[in-house]
Design a protein around this ligand. Structure first.
Ligand code: PA5
Length: 477
C-alpha cells in the first residue's frame, strides 16, 4: 500500500494552521482579535459553510468534487504521460492564468529546483516550460532552447478564446505543420472545455488528443483536473497522491465547527480583518519550492474576491490585494515595510518542518566570531531561525500574522495546501456574499483586446475605445 493511503502516515503529514498571532493575547489589543469577536461570528461562519455546501458540486463549484470523481481520467492522464515521458525531451504548456499558475506551482514544489538544468541522466522527465505570456522575445527564447522534433506541446484554455493562448497555439501549430505535415497532431495535446469554446472545435478538426476541463471548474480552481494533472504526471509526480492530499484536506474541513475547520477559520479571520481595513494579504513561504504556490494563491484570492457587486447587486468593492514574498530572501527587501509601515497587512507564513535536504554549514573563519557562530549549524536551522525571528519581529510590532506548517513538501501536502486555499476562498466568497467564480474585470480586458485587434462582433467596443479621451502630450515628459 502506498504511504499516502496509510492513515498514520496521512496524520503525520497533516497541515497545521496556527493563528495565535492573529489574536490580541499575542499581537496586542489594538490590532489583535478577541476570542469573543470570533465567537460572535460563529453562526455567520456556519452559515457561510452551509451556503457553500448547499451549492457544492453544482454550477462553478465542480472543482470541489475533483478529488473524488476522476478515476478513469486519472488513468488516461497517467498512460498519456508515460508515453510522453518515453518519447519526448521537452514538454511545453501554452496557457495563461489558471491554466499556467497551477502547473508551474506544482512543478516548482515537487520537482528538482533546477529541473531543466539537470543532465539528461539525472532528470527522469522531459524539460518543462510554461509559456504564459505573449512577449515575442520569450517565444523566440523558447524556440531557441527546445528542439521541436522532441517536444510535446499542451495547449490549455477552457474558453479557447483567450488571445494569448490562441496566438501561441497558432504560431506553434504553424511550425508543427511545416515540419510534420499531417503528423503535427502527434506533438500537441489540447486541454479544454468539452462542450463549448473554440479549442474543442479546433481539436476535433485537427484530430488532437484532448483532455477536458469539467464545466464547473474555472481556471483558477483547475489545478486538480487535467489542466494540472497532465503536466504533473509528465513530470513524474504521483497525481493520485496529490488528489489524496486534497481529499484529506476536504475531510478535515468537512465540519461546521469553526474551531476545527482550518479553511473556515482562515476565511473568517480574513473576513474580519478585511473589514478592519487589512487590504493586503502577504503570502510568504519559507521554501523556494513553494514560491510559485504563492503566485498561484495570488490569482485565486485576487480574482475570486475582487468584486464590485455583491450577489444582491449592491456595490461593495470588496477584495484584498495578495502580495507574494519569499522567506528569507524578502526579509532583505520587504520585511522592513511589513514591520514598520502601515497596519494594512496580514502575513501568512508557509513553514516546512522537514526540508528534503540537510546542509551543514562548514567550519571556518575561526578568528571571526561574528561569522564563526554559524559553523556546525545547518542551513535548515538557519532558515527556521529566520522564519521564527521574522514572525516574532512582526508580532511584537503588532502585525497580524499566521502560519501554515507543512510537515514536508510532497504531493500529499501540496494537495492539502491547494485545497485548503480553494476552500478558504469559497467560504470567504460566501461570507462576502459575492460571486467567487466569475471574473468580469478580466473579461473586460479580454474584450478590449479583441476590439483593438479587429475581432468580428466587437465593433461597438472598438468605437468606445476610439472615443475614449486621447492622451495629452503635456502629461508625457
Ligand atoms: O480563473 C480564470 O478563470 C482565469 O484567470 C483564466 O484561467 C484565464 O483567464 C485563462 O482563461 P482560459 O482558460 O479560458 O484561457
Amino acid at each position: 500500500m502506498a504511504n499516502y493511503n496509510c492513515e498514520n502516515w496521512q496524520k503525520s503529514m497533516k497541515l497545521r494552521f496556527d493563528y495565535n498571532n492573529m489574536m490580541a493575547k499575542y499581537v496586542g489589543e489594538t490590532e489583535g482579535l478577541q476570542e469573543k469577536e470570533l465567537n460572535e461570528l460563529n453562526d455567520f461562519a456556519i452559515n457561510a459553510f452551509n451556503k457553500f455546501n448547499a451549492i457544492r458540486g453544482t454550477g462553478m463549484t465542480g472543482w470541489a468534487d475533483l478529488p473524488y470523481n476522476q478515476g478513469e481520467i486519472v488513468e488516461d492522464v497517467i498512460k498519456t504521460a508515460d508515453d510522453i515521458r518515453k518519447n519526448f525531451k521537452y514538454f511545453v504548456v501554452l496557457g495563461i492564468g489558471g491554466s499556467a499558475l497551477g502547473p508551474s506551482a506544482v512543478f516548482q514544489a515537487l520537482c528538482h529546483l533546477h529541473h531543466n538544468d539537470l543532465p539528461d541522466d539525472k532528470r527522469n522527465a522531459p524539460k518543462f516550460y510554461v509559456e504564459d505570456n505573449v512577449d515575442p522575445e520569450r517565444m523566440q527564447a523558447l524556440l531557441d532552447v527546445i528542439d521541436v522534433n522532441e517536444t510535446m506541446f499542451n495547449v490549455v484554455t477552457k474558453s479557447g478564446a483567450t488571445s494569448e493562448t490562441m496566438a501561441q497555439y497558432l504560431i506553434i501549430m504553424d511550425i508543427l505543420k511545416a515540419k510534420f505535415g499531417d503528423k503535427a497532431k502527434e506533438h500537441i495535446i489540447a486541454t479544454t472545455s468539452s462542450a463549448k469554446g473554440n479549442l474543442i472545435k479546433i481539436a476535433k478538426e485537427e484530430g488532437l488528443k484532448t483532455f477536458y476541463i469539467p464545466d464547473g471548474v474555472g481556471g483558477r480552481f483547475s489545478e486538480l483536473c487535467p489542466v494540472g494533472l497532465l503536466p504533473a504526471s509528465v513530470l513524474g509526480i504521483d497525481i493520485k497522491e496529490l488528489l489524496k492530499g486534497a481529499e484529506y484536506m476536504d475531510k478535515l474541513c468537512a465540519t461546521s465547527d469553526v474551531k476545527s475547520n482550518p479553511a473556515l477559520m482562515s476565511a473568517l479571520l480574513s473576513y474580519i480583518t478585511i473589514n478592519k481595513g487589512k487590504n493586503i494579504s502577504v503570502m510568504m513561504p519559507y521554501a523556494d519550492g513553494l514560491k510559485l504556490v504563492a503566485d498561484w494563491y495570488c490569482q485565486l484570492w485576487a480574482e475570486s474576491l475582487g468584486k464590485t457587486f455583491d450577489n444582491d447587486g449592491k456595490k461593495v468593492f470588496v477584495g484584498q490585494t495578495p502580495v507574494k514574498a519569499l522567506g528569507v530572501t524578502d526579509q532583505h527587501s520587504q520585511v522592513q515595510l511589513y514591520t514598520e509601515g502601515p497596519f494594512d497587512k496580514v502575513t501568512t507564513f508557509l513553514a516546512v518542518d522537514n526540508y528534503r535536504k540537510t546542509f551543514i554549514i562548514a567550519d571556518g573563519c575561526e578568528d571571526i566570531p561574528d561569522v564563526n557562530f554559524l559553523c556546525g549549524h545547518t542551513m535548515n536551522e538557519l532558515i527556521q531561525a529566520e522564519r521564527v525571528a521574522t514572525e516574532y519581529a512582526l508580532t511584537v510590532k503588532e502585525r497580524l500574522n499566521r502560519t501554515i506548517y507543512l510537515p514536508e513538501i510532497n504531493a500529499f501536502t501540496i494537495g492539502q495546501l491547494l485545497f485548503f486555499f480553494e476552500l478558504e476562498t469559497a467560504y470567504a466568497g460566501e461570507m462576502f456574499n459575492i460571486n467567487t467564480y466569475n471574473q468580469p474585470g478580466v473579461e473586460g480586458g479580454k474584450n478590449a483586446t479583441y476590439a483593438l485587434l479587429g475581432r468580428k462582433g466587437y465593433e461597438e467596443k472598438k468605437a468606445e475605445l476610439n472615443n475614449a479621451p486621447k492622451k495629452d502630450d503635456k502629461f508625457i515628459i
